[in-house]
Ligand binder design. Structure first.
Ligand SMILES: C[S@@+](CC[C@H](N)C(=O)[O-])C[C@H]1O[C@@H](n2cnc3c(N)ncnc32)[C@H](O)[C@@H]1O
Length: 255
């Protein structure tokens, strides 16, 4: 790794800053669109990659009225375990161990899970951060991103769906902020809301800077489609959401 490559993602402060994301109207739209495409049903086993505070896990639970067989949230920030403790305490019916958190860095793949362990996988604005550095070439590569797609393929059963969002190239956080401003004025806690949004914007600047170096991957939709096909997925489709600052993809692991 190059000496400047510290990551904020495992930090508790960064994790908590993104817990407030679901208050922003563009994110709520993205969440609704993602879960709409995921279309979870009772009895299914789901993987939530880069789960953060568990907004998608919660939405899967609520949409299936708690009949889902299980949701495992994976994230490299240990602080997100607290958010999952809160999910355990607040979801109805009480999920017990059907909702759980695994602290894991997906840049190393998904070796902690068995082949075909899940029916479906979902991910919200996370897989772009799978990172790999080629010390010989002195450059960031997409090897970890490509490997992660192959790993998702491996842990899904044949016919399983992978539904995920990723930011578009050079995303405009300003556009997201403008669409969120009205909600800040209507919020019961406008100052807290603005503080959280400001923190996310600061991390957003870091993310865009690193994406320009090739460390993170805000790729055109055509490239993501090619990578999904190379990993073995079929029936790949995508749409725009999040004020046009993110794509949602749906792909199927062929039988
Ligand atoms: C923009 S946040 C999205 C969180 C959540 N999916 C949501 O929709 O609210 C990105 C998440 O990806 C996680 N992440 C980034 N790099 C990761 C890695 N290498 N392994 C596991 N999680 C990672 C971060 O910790 C963070 O929680």
């Amino acid at each position: 790794m190059p000496p400047t490559a510290a990551s904020y993602w495992p930090d508790a402060r960064c994790a908590r800053a993104f817990w407030g994301q679901h208050e922003l109207p563009p994110y709520r739209q993205l969440l609704a669109d993602t879960v709409g495409w995921a279309d979870p049903a009772g009895g299914e086993r789901w993987l939530d990659l880069g789960c953060g505070g568990g907004a998608i896990t919660r939405a899967i639970w609520e949409r299936t009225a708690g009949t889902v067989a299980g949701v495992v949230g994976v994230d490299c920030a240990a602080a997100n375990a607290q958010a999952y403790d809160r999910l355990q305490a607040t979801l109805g019916p009480a999920p017990g161990d059907r909702v759980r958190f695994a602290c894991h860095d997906f840049s190393c793949g998904l070796g902690v899970f068995a082949a075909q362990e899940f029916d479906h996988a979902v991910s919200g604005l996370s897989i772009s951060y799978a990172e790999s550095f080629d010390a010989g070439a002195g450059a960031w590569t997409t090897a970890a991103y490509d490997h992660l797609l192959r790993e998702v393929f491996r842990v899904l059963r044949p016919g399983g769906r992978f539904v995920f969002s990723v930011n578009v190239p050079e995303p405009s956080w300003g556009r997201v902020a403008r669409f969120s401003l009205l909600a800040a004025l209507r919020s019961d806690h406008p100052l807290r809301y603005l503080k959280r949004s400001w923190r996310m914007l600061r991390y957003g600047r870091w993310l865009k800077r690193e994406a320009r170096t090739g460390r993170f991957h805000y790729l055109p939709a055509e490239r993501v489609t090619e990578k999904l096909a190379a990993a073995g997925f079929t029936r790949v489709e995508h749409c725009l959401s999040y004020c046009d600052q993110a794509y949602i993809f749906r792909a199927v692991r062929a039988a």
